[in-house]
Design a protein around this ligand. Structure first.
Ligand code: PLP
Length: 374
């Protein structure tokens, strides 16, 4: 009998790499400015706070499929207005934030298609795509990206395609901010019979052109995944949804129902309020755009070149010497900034650091003062 090794949970990818940076940055007068994680700092919109006040929602088990008819209609309306797509109000499911969906879906898809065992994902990416494969006992196979950080589906080995349960894409992408060519990806998925799962949690922070979604190319074989964490400053509430191919969506929904993955009643009501309101998203877009521009200006003062991403609220900053640690230490020692070394997101990230434009007005001014004093 083959001896199976037990799975040892690895340390969390970002936290495990920034200990020394934190110490060095904190030694500056005024302390460290932590730009390492994408954790919202802006207020929860008032319209959402109001929706959380119904205490009766805490008593019964929440409605599994979303607050019946209304959730589907709200999702369908939002995606039509914001993404120019058509989602049938029944072809969706909700999740407790999207990270659990990302980490859990490979297992579900391997139950759906036990003959396949591979999860494809972008070579520079949010670490949970590969973790979902590991947790399902599947192969995690990175897919090359072009110089513009778009996924290159033509590089996928046909043998990997045959074994693939899914291809994850993330557009706009974390950490590099690239915008994929979605039509090419969707066509590749259909040609090879590989479901495309498109993580679109930064879609409303698209800077280069209009927001794009895989669902703009029809829903056959595709599932779009959306989160309220960033657009509505609701990372603590835990609400996301997935929508698209009716068969895949309903399979995921039914397995998740057996797993008890229920979104709380409060999160559902707040989610509906958040998706019905676009004003707060416009305000948040402006905040991130200004912060990104100011951070680019600060780096420019130091002779470090950074450019506006195609989307997202991250700067993906190349180091002139292709040495991420050196650049991360420089930013910590001179500016007191905590960044994330690029290799956290895959081996090709060596030579880059990621900065999140999650920074208060006070800290931005502190950074501007520090850089002027250099
Ligand atoms: C690309 C990407 N996908 C998904 C998530 C998870 O978001 P949440 O679980 O809050 O919906 C994040 C969080 O940073 C992310 O960057």
């Amino acid at each position: 009998m083959a001896v199976q090794e037990s799975f040892i949970p690895p340390p969390m990818p970002v936290l495990s790499r920034i200990g020394e940076l934190r110490e060095r940055a904190a030694s500056l007068p005024g302390g460290a400015v932590d730009l390492s994680v994408g954790n919202p700092i802006d207020p929860v919109p008032e319209i959402i706070i109001q929706s959380l006040k119904d205490h009766d929602l805490a008593r019964p088990y929440p409605d599994f499929g979303g607050r019946q008819v209304i959730m589907g209609e709200v999702i369908s309306e939002w995606s039509e207005k914001q993404l120019n797509t058509t989602i049938d109000p029944s072809d969706y499911g909700i999740c407790i934030g999207t990270k659990e969906f990302i980490a859990g879906t490979p297992k579900i898809l391997s139950l759906r298609d036990p003959l396949r065992d591979t999860v494809l994902y972008p070579e520079i990416a949010y670490p949970s795509y590969a973790m979902g494969a590991d947790l399902a006992g599947c192969r995690a196979v990175p897919v090359s990206m072009g110089d513009d950080w778009k996924i290159d589906v033509s590089s996928i080995d046909p043998e990997d395609a045959k074994r693939a349960l899914m291809l994850w894409i993330n557009t706009p992408g974390n950490p590099a901010g690239g915008l994929d060519d979605l039509e090419t990806v969707v066509n590749w998925g259909r040609k090879h019979g590989v479901p495309i799962f498109s993580d679109e949690c930064y879609v409303e922070f698209t800077w280069d052109g209009p927001a794009q979604s895989v669902l703009q190319y029809g829903n056959e074989g595709v599932v779009a995944v959306h989160s309220l964490s960033k657009r509505s400053n609701l990372a603590g509430l835990r609400f996301g949804f997935y929508a698209g191919d009716p068969e895949i969506v309903s399979y995921c929904r039914e397995i998740r129902r057996h797993q008890g993955l229920m979104v709380s009643g409060h999160a559902q009501v707040a989610g509906i309020a958040a998706l019905r309101d676009q004003k707060h998203v416009e305000i948040q877009r402006e905040r991130y755009k200004k912060r990104l521009e100011r951070l680019i200006g600060i780096l420019d003062h130091m002779g470090i070149e950074a450019s506006m991403p195609g989307g997202s609220f991250y700067l993906w900053v190349p180091s002139a010497e292709r040495n991420s640690s050196e650049l991360a230490f420089l930013l910590a020692d001179k500016l007191g900034v905590i960044s994330v070394p690029g290799e956290t997101y895959g081996p090709r990230g060596v030579g880059y650091v990621r900065l999140a434009a999650i920074v208060s007005e006070e800290n931005l001014s502190l950074l501007e003062k520090r850089v002027e004093g250099l």
